[in-house]
Design a protein around this ligand. Structure first.
Ligand SMILES: [Zn+2]
Length: 136
């Protein structure tokens, strides 16, 4: 049984928008079968929840064991009907999450954690697809 504590059932991926790295799409787990996971676009999924007449959200497929995409989310850009996310905001959320987790696991002063968060914010974004570190 997968729990949110292990994080095994909770990861997501981000892919850059074709217009540039400042925008991105978020892909969350939409199905699991053995070592294969399906990741659907979170933006399209939420748009479809509000309007059922929308088509099926783009769905990518990943072999988690081999760490390769069977259906690459980057090949599904034509299928989006959502508004892309701002990469800086998404990165910010992850940095906050990482620091909170570190405080819970290792303690330390608030000041040192703010310092680490500031360093993380100034670091250049990873180009291309990156894995989300947030556990839901
Ligand atoms: Zn989308």
């Amino acid at each position: 049984m997968l729990t949110s504590k292990t994080g095994a059932n909770s990861c997501c991926y981000y892919t850059p928008h074709p217009d540039g790295e400042h925008l991105c799409y978020k892909w969350t787990v939409n199905g699991i079968s053995k070592n294969v996971k399906w990741y659907a676009c979170a933006g399209c999924k939420s748009a479809k929840n509000k309007d059922k007449t929308k088509p099926k959200p783009p769905n990518s497929k990943r072999d988690e064991e081999a760490e390769t995409w069977i259906i690459n989310p980057m090949d599904l850009y034509d299928h989006h009907y959502c508004n892309p996310l701002e990469t800086s905001k998404e990165r910010g959320k992850q940095i906050i999450f990482t620091q909170k987790k570190e405080i819970i696991n290792n303690g330390g002063s608030v000041k040192s954690h703010i310092g680490k968060a500031e360093v993380a914010i100034t670091q250049k974004y990873i180009i291309g697809t990156f894995r989300c570190t947030i556990e839901y």
